[in-house]
Design a protein around this ligand. Structure first.
Ligand SMILES: Nc1ncnc2c1ncn2[C@@H]1O[C@H](COP(=O)(O)OP(=O)(O)O)[C@@H](O)[C@H]1O
Ligand SMILES: [Mg+2]
Length: 267
C-alpha cells in the first residue's frame, strides 16, 4: 500500500510542497538512547510529514519507535540527528524557554494516563494551558468544545469523580482549548474500554473533520488506527509503509505481514 501522490508530497520532507502541507514533520530523524554496547537506535533515519487538517495514526509493534517519534516530533524529546519541525519552526534551533513556549502555545497533548490535575475542576483543567500561557480563552470556542465533549454537566467536578473515558474527553478538550496547530496523542485509548475508547476516537476525528484541527495519534490498535485518514507504519525504528483510508482489517493484515517477515515482534 502507498499513500499516493498527496502523501508523497509530505513524505518527501525536503521539497517545497512538503513545507506547505505539513503541520509537523521530521527529516532524516534518528534517535539513539544510551551509548556503546547499551545503545538502542529507537529511530533510524525517519522522514515523515503529518499533513495539516488531517488525522494521522502512527502504528507499529511494541518497541518500534512510535512514542519516540511522537515525542521528538512534538518537542518533548530531542533527536540524535536529523530535524523536527512544527510548521516552519525547527525544534532543534530553539532554546529550552522557546521550546516550552512552543509546546504551550502551538501544540496540544493527550496521554494514555490522562494527566489531568486532580485538584482542579473539569473547567479549570480545560483552560489550564491557556491560563499558564496568560492567554484569555476564546469563550465561544471553549463553550463549543465543552458541548462536543459532552461534559457540560460535569464542569465543577474533579477528575477523580469522572470515569476514565470522561477524563480522557476532558484531556482532549484541554488539548484543543488553545486551537493548537497540531495535537499529539500517545495511545489515548490504551487505558479505556472499547466503548469509551470509541468515544475518544470519534472526538479526535471531529476535532479534525469539523473543527479544522490536525491530529497525530500513536496506537498499536488497528481499530483505533482505522479512525485516522492515514496510517504510517514503523518497524524497528524505520518508516516502512503508509496507508490512506485505513480499515481495521487492512491495518491488521499489514501488521501481520510485519510479523511474518520478522519485522518487530508481537504487540
Ligand atoms: N528512555 C529510554 N532509554 C532507553 N531506551 C529507550 C528509552 N525509551 C525508549 N527506548 C527504547 O527505544 C525503542 C523504541 O521505544 P518506543 O519509542 O517507546 O516504542 P513504542 O512506542 O513503539 O513501543 C525500544 O527499544 C525502547 O526500549
Ligand atoms: Mg509507546
Amino acid at each position: 500500500m502507498t499513500g499516493g501522490v498527496a502523501a508523497g508530497a509530505v513524505t518527501a520532507g525536503t521539497g517545497a510542497a512538503a513545507d506547505i502541507t505539513a503541520a509537523a514533520r521530521v527529516v532524516a530523524a534518528s534517535k539513539v538512547y544510551g551509548t556503546g554496547d547499551a545503545a538502542v537506535r529507537a529511530l533510524d533515519a525517519v522522514t515523515v510529514g503529518f499533513p495539516a487538517g488531517r488525522f494521522t495514526a502512527i502504528m507499529g509493534p511494541s518497541g518500534s519507535g512510535k512514542s519516540t517519534l511522537m515525542h521528538c516530533a512534538a518537542g518533548l524529546d530531542s533527536l540524535t540527528s536529523g530535524a523536527a519541525y512544527i510548521g516552519e519552526t525547527e525544534l532543534g534551533a530553539l532554546g529550552d524557554r522557546q521550546l516550552t513556549l512552543l509546546r504551550r502555545e502551538r501544540v496540544g497533548f493527550v496521554f494514555q494516563s490522562f494527566n489531568l490535575v486532580p485538584t482542579l475542576t473539569v473547567a479549570e483543567n480545560i483552560t489550564l494551558p491557556l491560563d499558564l500561557a496568560g492567554r484569555s480563552p476564546d469563550a465561544a470556542w471553549v463553550d463549543g468544545l465543552i458541548d462536543v465533549v459532552g461534559l457540560g454537566g460535569r464542569l465543577r467536578h474533579r477528575p477523580g469523580e469522572l470515569s476514565g473515558g470522561q477524563q480522557q474527553r476532558v484531556a482532549v478538550a484541554r488539548a484543543l482549548a488553545g486551537r493548537p496547530e497540531v495535537v499529539f496523542a500517545d495511545e489515548p485509548t490504551g487505558n479505556l474500554d472499547s466503548h469509551s475508547g470509541g468515544e475518544v476516537l470519534a472526538l479526535l476525528g471531529r476535532a479534525v473533520r469539523e473543527m479544522g484541527g490536525t491530529v497525530v495519534m500513536v496506537t498499536h490498535d488497528p481499530s483505533a488506527a482505522a479512525h485516522a485518514d492515514e496510517v504510517v507504519f514503523l518497524a524497528d525504528g524505520r518508516l516502512v509503509d503508509r496507508m490512506t483510508g485505513p480499515t481495521a482489517g487492512a491495518v491488521l493484515d499489514r501488521m501481520k505481514a510485519f510479523d511474518g517477515r520478522g519485522g518487530g515482534g508481537a504487540q
